[in-house]
Ligand binder design. Structure first.
Ligand code: ZN
Length: 468
């Protein structure tokens, strides 16, 4: 366990972690021949083309190594504005390092070709009980990538993705892209009488596996919840829109995409059938800059964390206890900073109501206790304290020492105020309960200066009226 994984643990999140060998492990005896891939491609292409009513000739297809994939990804990620900022290089490096290991196939935009990465498939096949029987997964992989190709030809979504700068909008649009590919793949699978196999495949690659190492299993669970959001929730999003009988919804979703993961989870909000009270939502972009300026921290990255990941983080607690705290949750943003030797993470969880943040704060203590118990192999010492915080009430603080390859101090302070919960985690440095409370007080003062942000309700023009 490296320092990054520890950082990962104490936060409620995710994807910036460099996942090393323990994610996939060694490759084994499973083989995938090029002619096999080409044969399946020859079979599925006409079926998918017919679905899209397209007469184009097949996209070229190639089998490549994970190293070559990394090169292609590096080239492509340069154009994603979401990685912009002083840490652009490092952000891209981390994103590539992760994707390079987990992608089985890809539609590469530059040359409009389908890429298959046998190396990654072998490794997953060996370690993760991939449903290999009859290798039907190959059908679904290729159909999925073909959907990206045809969607790009039809909607030109890539340029739109490149331009997005807000983490929430990026996560939502990614769910549109992946969700739609899965949505069509299921339909094609049904045509090919492979529906059962498709469901087994979809379930397999969107679920997490136990390894017996409690800490890495817990991290993996959050990681999978984050990574698979686009595939599972995006897929369900399209199925719900179909059920709601929104006219021409596929085109409309690509041209007027949902702006937050919340829209993906609740399409009724997206199409304007229900409204969310956003009148008290704080502008996270402005807040992150204020914190940077006033505390002299250096911003590394800003992320949006969806509810599915939050639930995975709280999975150490009984769900009966957790669920009431999710009532009226609007959005969660995570901002990462560095300050000297300290890695600081600020999480802002915003709600429609004032009761849920208080419930969430109670969960912080329960979660801390649960971690002490479950991860005692890695926790050398742990102290907690409730302290009074002027104008707020109280804050919850913990000081823990983690041991992995070396020993890390991990500090936490959180408080609930009005309709939000603020959580600050620090790895490294030297804090006391007193200094953590001071930090919370300063953050509270800064947060009070962050303006509210006016957000539109649904993002689908014309609302959810049926039959338009
Ligand atoms: Zn995809």
């Amino acid at each position: 366990m490296g320092k990054r994984n520890i950082t990962f643990l104490i936060l409620l999140c995710l994807g910036y972690v460099l996942f090393s060998g323990w994610l996939w492990g060694e490759e084994g005896g499973f083989r995938l021949e090029e002619r096999e891939v080409r044969k399946v491609y020859g079979e599925v292409f006409p079926v998918v083309a017919k679905f899209y009513q397209s007469r184009r000739k097949p996209f070229p297809i190639r089998l490549i190594s994970s190293e070559e994939l990394a090169k292609i990804l590096r080239d492509e990620f340069k154009f994603h504005r979401i990685y912009d900022g002083p840490q652009k290089e490092a952000n891209i490096f981390q994103a590539v390092a992760l994707a390079q290991k987990v992608l089985f196939a890809k539609f590469a935009i530059k040359r409009g070709e389908i890429l298959v990465i046998p190396q990654n498939i072998y490794q997953a096949a060996m370690k993760l009980k991939m449903p290999l029987r009859s290798k039907k997964f190959l059908w679904f992989l290729l159909i999925h990538e073909l959907c990206h190709g045809f969607d790009e030809a039809r909607y030109g979504y890539v340029k739109r993705l490149f331009r997005i700068t807000s983490p929430e909008a990026y996560q939502a649009f990614n769910a549109v892209i992946e969700g739609h590919a899965e949505y069509i793949t299921e339909k094609v699978a049904r045509k090919l009488s492979l529906e059962k196999e498709f469901i087994a495949w979809h379930r397999w690659y969107t679920s997490s596996f136990k390894t017996g190492n409690e800490l890495s299993d817990y991290l993996r669970k959050m990681y999978v919840a984050h990574f698979s959001f686009a595939y599972t929730q995006g897929f369900l999003f399209f199925k719900k829109l179909e059920k709601l009988k929104i006219k021409d919804f596929e085109r409309r979703v690509f041209t007027h995409p949902p702006k937050t993961p919340k829209h993906i989870l609740e399409p009724e909000l997206y199409v304007g059938l229900r409204a969310l009270d956003r009148s008290r939502v704080r502008d996270v972009g402005k807040l992150s800059k204020l914190l940077e300026k006033e505390l002299r921290w250096k911003i590394v990255r800003s992320l949006s964390v969806n509810e599915v990941v939050l639930r995975a983080a709280l999975s150490l607690l009984p769900s009966k206890r957790v669920e009431p705290a999710f009532q009226g949750l609007i959005q969660t943003n995570i901002i990462r900073y560095i300050a000297g030797a300290e890695q600081i993470t600020v999480a802002l969880v915003q709600f429609e109501n004032t009761k849920s943040p208080q419930l969430f704060l109670q969960l912080e203590e329960a979660l801390s206790d649960a971690k002490d118990k479950k991860f005692r192999r890695w926790i050398q010492s742990s102290q907690k304290r409730w302290q009074s915080l002027p104008n707020v009430g109280k804050c919850f603080t913990t000081i823990k020492k983690f041991k992995s390859d070396s020993v890390y101090n991990v500090y936490h302070v959180s408080f609930a105020y009005e309709n939000y919960l603020l959580e600050i985690n620090v790895v490294g440095g030297n804090h006391s309960f007193q200094s953590l409370r001071d930090l919370a007080r300063r953050c509270f003062q800064i947060l009070a200066k962050a303006p509210l942000r006016s957000l539109s309700q649904g993002s689908l023009p014309g609302g959810g009226r049926k039959g338009r």
